[in-house]
Design a protein around this ligand. Structure first.
Ligand SMILES: [Zn+2]
Ligand SMILES: [Zn+2]
Length: 157
């Protein structure tokens, strides 16, 4: 895992398998069939080191389940998103990225050169949604915080 040496970055190894099971359970609970293709998608969604795009999930899934179409990927992502099990990070160039490991809003660091996206825990930003809700009276259901810059790898190049 290339992110190992990045101390502020959460180690997601421990989350991966648990999240696959959780999402699988949620899908089944809401009446969705757990097809081998869907399982492959859940695996790819949580295996990927850095918030994969639908296309990246597709090429990963395609190796294990070659019959899976990109449309199926999008449909499953939409279903998981609607269930609050996946976060979709939209970008203006249309290259949306997905986080199936942490379905609750959290800050991200986005590399402006290679496009890698990592979760980052910043002290003082916990409970932001609750605090913003207290101040504004809004019933907040999600938020988006991105930090942009060069990742360690790109800084070294
Ligand atoms: Zn980079
Ligand atoms: Zn994330």
């Amino acid at each position: 895992m290339e992110n190992k040496e990045l101390s502020p970055v959460l180690d997601k190894e421990d989350r991966t398998q648990g999240r696959v099971e959780e999402m699988r359970h949620k899908l089944a609970e809401s009446g969705h069939r757990i097809t081998p293709q869907r399982l492959c998608i859940l695996q790819a969604l949580t295996d990927s080191p850095s918030h994969p795009s639908a296309e990246e999930i597709f090429s990963e899934v395609h190796r294990a389940c070659p019959t899976t179409s990109l449309a199926t990927i999008y449909k499953t992502l939409q279903t998981l998103k609607d269930m609050g099990e996946v976060i979709e990070l939209e970008f203006s160039d249309g290259s949306n990225r997905y986080d199936g490991l942490r379905p609750k809003s959290h800050p991200h660091c986005v590399c402006t050169k290679c496009g890698v996206i990592v979760d980052v825990e910043v002290e003082g930003l916990e409970d932001l949604d609750r605090r913003a809700s207290d101040l504004s009276g809004f019933a907040i259901d999600h938020y988006r915080i991105d930090f942009y810059g060069l990742c360690r790898k790109c800084q070294e190049q």
